[in-house]
Design a protein around this ligand. Structure first.
Ligand SMILES: Cc1cc2nc3c(=O)[nH]c(=O)nc-3n(C[C@H](O)[C@H](O)[C@H](O)COP(=O)(O)OP(=O)(O)OC[C@H]3O[C@@H](n4cnc5c(N)ncnc54)[C@H](O)[C@@H]3O)c2cc1C
Length: 447
């Protein structure tokens, strides 16, 4: 039996270990910090555990639900209950996310017009999209470059940036269409008009594109009462405790393993591989990260108006605010609802914008609460709050990312075939994609 060393005890490392344990392979997992889970974590806000990082995951990528099934959590999966998916902020007003929007791309022009979010000029630019010549995708293109050309700047900055840019804490003008929005890239490959491509895809697969199609009853997102970190707790509970090592960051020498899975963020993987695969190490070092600061904050219910009827508000970068999103946790999720309290999460920080991270905790909280009051009336102090700083947390998939990843795996395969990589740095940042990377890594070291 192969004995495997796993470096990194986030979701990728733990899911790799579970997959190996399920097939009777032995492993030792080393986590540098004093807790497992990495970016999947819950923390105490007031008297309840609240998601500090990921609060949800996509249903259409099957590995998230599949792992929950294996861990006995599937019957507890839940979906957002907010009556309105989200609002977009513009000039102190809230505009409902137009129905038919796929990752920020408006496929229904009547709904877009009704939202009041876009000017007449902007609407005309979107309406003209099907008549425009094909956009040269080259090997890859940025999300911003592609949509500015196809739909114009206004809808790109007011809708696509807060959705795709927000999910990745990115600058959409430096974000790969192919790697960060593969379903849109696929539609763009098959159609000259992205609007027609997405309408065709919606008609055939509906909810699987990340926006419920007409009549679709499949869930788009999942969450877990108590937080997505329950996946981490369940993994740690089921794994052989003697094989789990906290506060341990060994080098590759002397691991005493036949195979190695490096499931750390890319910079740590780069350092680990400096000697054994200089090419892979150099390419890994080129993967950049963005940092995010979040404030989970609870108020007495009557202290916040208007009535919160959506999962939250997105704040486009073009508005110049530090705030990028305000998630209305106590509306979005049944498990955070409580008659006497509202629970919000204020998010800030994007690639190339460190203003929030440069502030101390008190200044950060004040700044985010001040900014959100352009749309919310808050009349009392919080009953509880908690600041989370996620430094160098979200890998940035710049144009050409997929080719870089292929080159990393090829170099590593040639230099050190007993070592492989797993985690969010490579082929998808979300929870299901991270699990998929773990399963691929487990398969690679088993054979
Ligand atoms: C604020 C935030 C919100 C998010 N929201 C969502 C969401 O709603 N939905 C979604 O699907 N995804 C979301 N994500 C993304 C998702 O949570 C992450 O991409 C995923 O959890 C990454 O898992 P990972 O195991 O690859 O990396 P990590 O979680 O970074 O784990 C890597 C681990 O390796 C350890 N490590 C580092 N160096 C070493 C070393 N030398 N030796 C040993 N251990 C080491 C680290 O301490 C860490 O525990 C979010 C991410 C963030 C930051």
């Amino acid at each position: 039996m192969t004995h495997v060393a796993i470096l990194g005890g986030g979701l990728a490392g733990l899911a790799t270990a579970f997959e190996l344990q399920r097939s009777d392979h032995t492993f030792d997992l080393y986590e540098a910090s004093d807790r497992f889970g990495g970016k999947v974590w819950s923390s105490l806000v007031g008297d309840r555990m609240v998601d500090a990082g990921a609060d949800t995951f996509l249903a259409r990528v099957p590995q998230g639900r599949a792992l929950c099934e294996q861990l006995g959590l599937a019957d507890q999966l839940t979906s957002p209950v907010a009556p309105v998916p989200a609002y977009i902020h513009r000039s102190g007003a809230l505009h409902e996310l137009p129905k038919g929007t796929v990752l920020g791309v408006p496929t229904d022009l009547d709904e877009l017009a009704a939202s009041g979010l876009i000017s007449a000029q902007g609407l005309a630019e979107v309406a003209a999209e099907p008549t425009r010549p094909p956009t040269d995708l080259g090997g890859d293109i940025s999300v911003g470059a592609y949509f500015r050309e196809r739909l114009g700047d206004e809808v790109t900055e007011r809708l696509i940036d807060p959705m795709i840019g927000g999910i990745n804490a990115s600058d959409i003008d430096r974000l790969s269409l192919r790697s960060a929005a593969p379903q849109i890239a696929a539609a763009a490959q098959g159609h000259v008009s992205i609007l027609e491509g997405l309408r065709a895809a919606r008609a055939s697969v509906g909810a699987t594109l990340g926006s419920a199609g007409p009549g679709a009853d499949e869930p788009v997102f999942y969450g877990l009462p108590g937080g997505t970190a329950r996946i981490i707790d369940a993994l740690v509970a089921v794994l052989d405790a003697r094989s789990l090592h906290l506060g341990a960051s060994p080098t590759l020498d002397g691991l005493g393993a036949d195979r190695v899975v490096i499931a750390t963020p890319a910079p740590a993987a780069s350092r680990l591989l400096a000697e054994v695969s200089p090419t892979a190490s150099r390419l890994l070092a080129e993967i950049q990260y963005s940092s995010v600061a979040q404030v989970s904050v609870e108020f007495e219910a009557q202290a916040v108006t208007p009535h919160l009827d959506a999962s939250g508000i997105l704040f486009p970068r073009v508005d110049g605010m530090v705030l990028t999103a305000c998630t209305w946790f106590s509306t979005k999720w049944a498990h955070y609802q409580r008659a006497d309290r509202v629970l919000l999460r204020l998010t800030s920080g994007r690639f190339g914008d460190t203003r929030a991270l440069d502030l101390g905790d008190e200044a950060l909280v004040n700044r985010l609460l001040t900014e959100v009051q352009c749309v919310l009336d808050i009349t009392a102090e919080p009953t509880a709050l908690r600041v989370h700083r996620w430094i160098d947390a979200l890998p940035q998939y710049v144009p050409g990312h997929a080719d870089r990843v292929e080159a990393i795996f090829a170099a590593l395969g040639a230099d050190a075939p007993h070592i492989t990589l797993a985690g969010a740095a490579y082929r998808g940042i979300g929870i299901p994609a991270t699990i998929a990377s773990a399963w691929t890594a487990a398969q690679a070291v088993r054979t």
